[in-house]
Write a protein that binds this ligand. Structure first.
Ligand SMILES: NC(=O)c1ccc[n+]([C@@H]2O[C@H](COP(=O)([O-])OP(=O)(O)OC[C@H]3O[C@@H](n4cnc5c(N)ncnc54)[C@H](O)[C@@H]3O)[C@@H](O)[C@H]2O)c1
Length: 502
């Protein structure tokens, strides 16, 4: 980092200094051109892929890199300079980028608790926004994002890149034209090993990180870090992340909803599961993992005449006894991440970002769809055309699909202490209308736990609250405590406005 950039980074590392310093961003070191200027916000993991995608597009130039971790920001600026020929300005406070006239596009891959506020601030400042999934950390943030996009006439694309994948576009068209008969039910899967993130504790915050800015809308205590690894593992702490239901889930539930032609929230929701298996793994009944999201979760979404089920499995997935799913995913072992559509005349299976199979009722493959896509280029094209309908993943789609994970997690969070035996969960699920075979899904989940050494009658699962939701008004009609979880307590000045205040 040169001394000017370093001074700028440190100075803007406090919220108060940011706006005063805003004019400092400009085209210093950047040749004037007609390209659209990009600021990428949050560049450790996924954000580095955003950078690679923008570097492939001649219509844009990356001019600012925003990251609250100075080391990460500088590394990315070095990399970009080598490839782009010009060095972006590294800053810690995103508001500095929003104040710059040289920025047209803001692309964000921060942790989830920052997504909506980043998008809203960017669009209020007249920028178009690409926002990672889940597009919001809670339901009201999603509604506010839609309102901001429409009010300020901005393009807002969500990072559900499957929406631009040719294989999935073709498979969805095939399903919706009756290719596998009548389809009312889809199952999304995230069977992916997630190890314990370590014991709940009191850990050092890396010296290169501005933790006040990292925390943003989430409350900031002490400062204190309760997990050992700073980056990424926040996914499994609900204050910041949404578990795998809200991490992998928004890709698969988005495809499920798209294929089923559902353009609304569900009207009834229930989840069951827990954060299980880590005590058995450590042979220590008192072990407390720093995560507090479920690593085993089944959520059932009732849309009246249609249904989506999403299953999260975080323990060992090396071998699976799920006969039907093994056939549909053509594998008995390893991760299974995808969607199965169940039709009266066959099945469609999405098993990667760029591949789908069609099976007949006898489980013979009768067709395949292949091909990826250009999700970022689709976004940049819409920024040029100024037509929302050109976006493959407009913010409204992102809101409905993120909403699925939030509603499922609310059911679980409300009743996580409601620990029941398998027999009791089974008895309760038998009362719940669903297009899935609830009992079969429960028993497959139990088998999965047992294979990892968990006795679910000892380390028990919680049966979540059965929730009725008004999809239009976005309120629960049978549970006031659930309504409180449609939003969060914000920490000034990082307050995400409600939709009518954007
Ligand atoms: N679309 C996809 O396929 C895909 C894949 C992976 C991750 N993601 C999403 O990308 C997001 C980031 O995930 P990750 O795994 O890269 O997380 P990460 O923790 O590795 O990286 C997040 C980065 O954001 C920075 N950051 C935090 N607050 C910031 C702020 N206020 N301003 C600027 N920078 C800030 C952090 O310092 C860090 O460098 C998540 O929302 C995740 O769901 C999407």
């Amino acid at each position: 980092m040169n001394s000017l950039n370093r001074r700028r980074f440190l100075k803007t590392s406090s919220a108060g200094a940011a706006l005063a310093f805003a004019p400092a961003i400009g085209r210093a070191g950047v040749s004037a051109n007609d390209k659209m200027g990009v600021a990428v916000v949050g560049v450790n993991g996924r954000g580095s892929s955003h950078i690679q995608e923008f570097l492939r597009d001649d219509r844009v130039e990356i001019r600012v890199i925003v990251d609250v971790d100075e080391a990460v920001a500088n590394q990315r600026c070095d990399d970009i300079e080598k490839k782009q020929g010009t060095r972006p300005t590294p800053v810690a406070d995103m508001r500095q980028a929003f104040d710059s006239k040289d920025i047209d596009i803001v692309s964000t891959a921060t942790p989830n608790h920052w997504h909506a506020l980043t998008g809203i601030w960017a669009m209020q400042a007249g920028k178009d926004a690409y926002i990672e999934k889940p597009v919001c950390h809670n339901v009201y943030e999603g509604t506010a994002l839609i309102a901001a996009a429409r009010k300020y006439g901005r393009m807002c694309q969500v990072g559900t890149q499957c929406r631009s994948s040719q294989a999935i576009i073709d498979a969805v068209a095939f399903i919706r034209s009756g290719g596998i008969g009548d389809v009312r039910f889809a199952r999304g899967l995230c069977y992916k090993r997630r190890k314990s993130i370590g014991a709940l504790g009191n850990y050092e915050i890396p010296s290169t990180v501005n933790f006040d800015l990292w925390s943003g809308p989430a409350s900031y205590t002490d400062p204190r870090l309760t997990r050992s690894r700073f980056h990424y593992d926040w996914h499994w702490q609900r204050h910041y992340g949404n578990g795998d239901l809200g991490n992998q889930g928004p890709h698969q539930t988005d495809i499920a909803r798209w294929g089923l032609g559902i353009d609304a929230h569900p009207s009834r929701i229930i989840s069951y599961g827990g954060r299980l298996g880590y005590r058995a793994e450590r042979n220590d009944d008192s072990y407390v993992d720093a995560g507090d999201t479920a690593n085993t979760e089944v959520s059932i979404y009732d849309y009246g005449d249609k249904c989506i089920v999403f299953e999260t499995r975080g323990l060992d997935v090396a071998e699976s006894a799920d006969e039907e799913l093994n056939k549909l995913f053509k594998s008995t072992s390893g991760n299974k991440i995808g969607v199965v559509f169940y039709g009266t005349e066959g099945y469609v299976v999405q098993d990667s970002y760029s591949h789908c199979y069609v099976f007949d009722k006898d489980m013979n493959v009768v067709r395949e769809f292949k091909g990826g896509g250009e999700h970022f280029m689709n976004f940049v094209s819409a920024c040029e055309s100024r037509r929302v309908e050109d976006l493959n993943a407009d913010v409204r789609e992102g809101h409905l699909s993120a909403g699925i994970s939030h509603l499922g997690n609310i059911s679980y969070y409300l009743a996580e202490k409601n620990l029941l035996t398998v027999a009791d969960i089974s008895a309760e699920l038998a009362k719940i209308p669903s297009l899935d075979d609830n009992e079969a899904t429960l028993q497959r989940t139990v088998q999965h736990l047992q294979k990892s050494g968990v006795d679910p009658d000892r380390e028990m699962m919680a049966l979540g609250a059965q929730l009725d939701f008004d999809p239009e008004k976005e309120v629960f009609t049978n549970n006031d405590a659930a309504n409180a979880l449609l939003t969060r307590e914000y920490r000034a000045p990082y307050i995400c406005p409600l939709a009518d205040k954007v």
